[in-house]
Design a protein around this ligand. Sequence first.
Ligand code: HEM
Length: 163
Amino acid sequence: MVEHPIHPVVVHFPIALLFTAVFFEILGFLLRREQYRQFGFWLLILGFLSGLVAAGFGLWGEAAAVKMGVPEKAIERHESFAVSTLITFGLLLIYRRWARDRWSSHRKTIYISAAVAGLLLLGTTGYFGGELVYEYGAGVSKTAPGRSGSSEATPPAAKSDRD
Ligand code: HEM
């Protein structure tokens, strides 16, 4: 049994890879550089796959978070955004493969708009994931300084943050 939560270790991969993928795709379109777009495409594949892995570990850690008293509603909100993000990037990959090198300006607009929407969903997923940890204490030890039930005093910095 792994004691350390894996989800927070892997979530950085989809976030970094998908943001960089879209950056290179857009740069490739703007500068008409096929190599940039190819690079963006591979990052998109890696980002999507790492997103699936992150989601798998998220689902695995869900029960532990509920047991710690994290509101299920907050977990479900994060989960819904994660699933919507993965669906968006999954469809984007299919569209990208289908369009190949037949890029009309209409198709480019659809593709870039969907990619930017995917990034907004991804950012929101990360935001609500962070909320689970920093607002509701998911995965945070009960004995951590500042947590109720901790024998240690609340550090002054943490106290002033909450005031
Ligand atoms: C694209 C997929 C996902 C991304 C990018 C993502 C992102 C994140 C982030 C950034 C955090 C905060 C980690 C920290 O600051 O320590 C987090 C926490 C969390 N996420 Fe996700 N998440 C994803 C999918 C899921 C799914 C499908 C679930 C299933 C319910 C889930 C459940 C959780 C839980 C329970 C936590 C708090 C405890 C922990 O960190 O393990 N996540 N997530």
